[in-house]
Design a protein around this ligand. Structure first.
Ligand code: NDP
Length: 333
């Protein structure tokens, strides 16, 4: 197998030196095992957390260990009664071209996944995150204002579109004119604000004349600072991601907590962090509903496909800086 391992832990921003490509021989498959050949690797922001050695909801990747990640693959050899050669699967087999599995944690992919890459995007982990977090924790009501950043990415784009299907007004935040235009014209956000603009906070206030009822938090940092004063009484804030902080910089120098606590108290705000695994039991209903909405043209999605496993580190560094445009996936030859 050809694979990418964690060469050293990042100090702040991720650099190419944090990764190493290597080749390794796999043992022959044993009884109850099968060999998967990877077709695609999903790149997701949570991988940044695994590169650090600190207490979190999941154990860190050891130095020298294969980078963690979900692949979409094909069964190439099998000595497992439940998986036959040619079947398509998805699961956390890491940044590598081949892996041996006993089926633990893998899902089989039927022809609802069109294209197959949707299994790690709109119909995969990010899609379930948006669906379950918005509907279970945010509970959008007709006429309410829902704000979400990273609005062209797999989580944010689905949050905005589902909010609109529930009759809410969706305000997106994205980086740069091209992403903003796409969010407005293709994804149907009611308003879109560019967080790279020097007038961002004022632009957001202008885009939310009735305040904010749901802030689906994906970014933290300056975006959260701009959202906070606009929150309405009884606003809900599902806290799903803090990507502005993942490289260890933004927002940590200044202590905004007292001001935030005062707003949370005085406006009866509900903040609730979550990790998508909590809502895994909603996956069947999520798949039925969202694939139906896609087939009816009510939900759109965009994928950003990079060629070649060796380009995964650079693509991942770009993800943390907003250089991806849509769900980031690496195609493996
Ligand atoms: P995206 O494909 O949307 O990629 C991340 C995007 O974040 C970038 O493209 C960029 O978009 C935006 N971004 C990066 N840095 C900043 C910044 N400093 N300020 C504002 N925006 C920034 O990723 P996903 O949809 O996969 O993930 C979105 C968030 O959801 C992440 O925080 C992720 O960790 C979280 N998440 C949480 C899960 C959970 O279980 N809690 C599960 C899945 C995802 P732009 O250029 O538009 O700014």
């Amino acid at each position: 197998t050809h694979r990418i391992v964690l060469a050293e832990r990042p100090q702040g921003a991720v650099t190419p030196a944090n990764f190493r490509a290597e080749d390794a021989a796999l043992p022959p498959i044993g009884d109850g095992q099968f060999l998967v050949g990877a077709n695609y690797l999903s790149l997701d922001p949570y991988m940044r957390g695994r590169m650090d050695d600190r207490k979190s909801y999941a154990a860190p990747t050891p130095v020298g260990g294969v980078m963690e990640g979900e692949i979409i693959g094909t069964v190439l050899e099998s000595r497992h009664p439940g998986f036959s050669v040619g079947e398509r699967v998805a699961g956390r087999l890491g940044w590598q071209t081949h892996a041996i599995s006993d089926g633990t944690g893998l899902v089989k992919l039927d022809d609802r996944f069109k294209p197959i890459t949707t299994a790690v995007g709109v119909l995969g982990m990010p899609g379930l995150t948006a669906y379950s977090g918005l509907l279970t924790l945010g509970k959008p009501q007709p006429g309410e204002t829902v704000v979400v950043a990273a609005a062209t990415g797999p989580v944010g784009s689905l949050v905005g579109q589902i909010a609109r299907l529930y009759g809410a007004r969706a305000v997106g935040i994205a980086g740069g004119a091209e992403k903003c235009a796409y969010a407005k014209q293709e994804l149907g956000f009611d308003a879109v604000v560019d967080h790279r603009s020097p007038t961002f906070a004022d632009d957001l206030a202008a885009a939310c004349p009735d305040g904010i009822d749901i802030n689906f938090e994906l970014v933290g940092g300056a975006v959260w600072q701009a959202v906070l004063p606009l929150l309405n009484n009884f606003a809900r804030v599902p806290v799903c991601g803090l990507i502005a902080q993942y490289n260890g910089s933004s927002g940590e120098q200044v202590d905004h907590l007292p001001a935030a606590m005062r707003i949370i108290l005085s406006r009866s705000i509900m903040m609730r962090g979550f990790i998508v695994g909590e809502f895994w039991d909603q996956r069947p209903k999520f798949l039925d509903e969202v694939s139906q909405w896609i087939s009816e043209g009510k939900i759109r999605f965009r994928e950003d496909i990079v060629e070649g496993l060796d380009n995964a580190p650079a693509a991942f560094m770009g993800l943390l800086e907003g250089r991806n445009f849509g769900k980031l996936v690496v195609k493996i030859d």
